[in-house]
Ligand binder design. Structure first.
Ligand code: URA
Ligand code: CA
Length: 435
């Protein structure tokens, strides 16, 4: 096969076969297909798209480019969850302990913060002693015994995605549904679970700003899962404001613990977490959605979810006492109240800017080498549609290093618009897509 002929085929909007897609991906990983040819192919895909079968074949070729996790020694259905990323999006730390407490088996490989979004590994590492790097055998053992472990990626999973993502990043080809869907699903499928629940975010804090794009991405990923013979469903949920109140690593752990202690149970973070957890339980064969919701409510109110989180923290070397006393988490030296500059209603939020403001305080990385300050971040005091008086606190900033404080405050103030008319609150769960 001639690479140039395959690029021409996609350029002319024809359909690539499974064999042709494998040839391209294997060739790229082995070095036989150079960056410039892959860049041309990606741009042809960006313009002409891929149909569902091509997207599936691309996902399979990528998935097979490296190691695959074998979870078969854990009895029962193994279930995973993936969020496309957001701000104050701490559903993993709320939903997964509840699922484990209700009998689910969750072996999750998480990521770090990216751009304005937070990452579960960074949040977990704010717990004193907690280690996100566990040998594969230990990871499997923790899941078998306790139902839940969250670690960073081990081994050489989907090297094709690492190479393609880096190339897409510099060739303006990130934002294509087939390329995003295959990138996410190749990693999720290589991670070995039988069932996957996707949380696809839409709105100003999401990578997919429009609901239409978010739904299309959700459908593409559910379609890949179905072709791969896995149980995959997707919840499309609102990210037009921070999901929870806390933005920043230890602060987000604190909020998750407080929810599992029985506080903020009717907040948006708890509600989306329970929606995802219910889908995870049904995908595990542990009841209907109604039954799952009841079990989860019991696990929440009876403290079994909190107990599950404690067990995972202990198993991974962390201090489980943070679940009883969040004062043991790292704390910032100073707290500043950020006040409204006008009266009215909280009308809209540029949620990505709120993520950037937290990043500027040290909660995220500006370069790959940056070190995160686990203690710092933002605690939101207002939600969309809330009335607000001039001078009233919109948020608290938790600060150690003041170097970028002014810039962070200005970013935050620009993110929030105060309007005269009370806006319609956004719908939290937009739609659920099942196979
Ligand atoms: N996240 C991924 O893992 N891949 C993409 O292509 C986009 C977001
Ligand atoms: Ca993520």
């Amino acid at each position: 096969m001639l690479t140039a002929e395959l690029i021409k085929k996609k350029r002319d909007n024809a359909v690539l076969s499974a064999e042709e897609i494998r040839f391209l991906i294997n060739g790229y990983v082995s070095g036989d297909v150079p960056d410039y040819q892959m860049a041309a192919l990606l741009m042809a895909v960006w313009f002409n798209g891929m149909n569902a079968q091509e997207t599936y074949e691309l996902t399979m070729a990528m998935m097979h480019s490296g190691d695959m996790v074998d979870l078969s020694s854990i009895p029962g259905v193994k279930v995973d969850k993936h969020s496309t990323g957001g701000v104050a999006d701490t559903t993993t730390l709320v939903a997964l302990p509840l699922v484990a407490a209700c009998g689910g088996k969750v072996a999750k490989m998480s990521g770090r913060g990216l751009g304005h979004t937070g990452g579960t590994l960074d949040k977990l590492e704010s717990i004193p002693g907690f280690s996100v790097s566990q040998p594969m055998a230990r990871f499997v053992e923790i899941v078998r015994e306790q139902g839940l472990s969250v670690i960073g990626q081990t081994g050489d999973l989907v090297p094709a995605d690492k190479m393609l993502y880096a190339l897409r990043d510099v060739t303006a080809t990130i934002d294509n549904i087939s390329l995003i869907a295959s990138s996410i699903m190749s990693k999720k499928l290589a991670a070995g679970s039988d069932a996957i629940v996707l949380d696809v975010k839409t709105g100003s804090g999401a990578f997919m700003k429009s609901e239409e794009d978010a739904v299309a991405l959700a459908r593409a990923m559910v379609g890949i899962g179905k072709r791969a013979g896995k149980s995959v469903s997707a919840v499309v949920s609102d990210m037009s404001q921070p999901l929870g109140e806390a933005v920043g690593n230890a602060l987000e752990v604190r909020e998750a613990v407080e929810i599992l202690q029985g506080h903020h149970g009717d907040g948006d973070l708890a509600r989306v977490s329970l929606t995802l957890a219910a889908r995870m339980l049904t995908a595990s064969g542990l009841g209907t959605v109604d039954e799952a919701e009841k079990k989860l409510q019991n696990a929440l109110s009876g403290g079994a979810g909190l107990e599950s989180l404690k067990q995972m923290i202990s198993a991974q070397g962390g201090d489980p006492a943070v679940c009883d006393d969040t004062g043991r988490l790292p704390a910032a030296a100073r707290r500043y109240s950020i006040e409204a500059t006008a009266s009215g209603y909280v009308g809209a939020m540029e949620t990505d800017r709120i993520g950037i403001a937290a990043l500027l305080l040290g909660a995220g990385r500006r370069t790959k080498e940056d070190r995160i300050d686990p203690a710092v971040g933002i605690w939101m005091k207002k939600r969309l549609g809330d009335p607000v008086e001039e001078g009233e606190p919109l948020a608290d900033f938790y600060v150690n290093d003041e170097a970028n404080l002014e810039e962070a405050v200005s970013e935050f103030q620009r993110a929030i618009s105060i309007e005269e008319q009370k806006p319609e609150p956004p719908k939290l769960v937009r739609t659920i897509i099942e196979e």
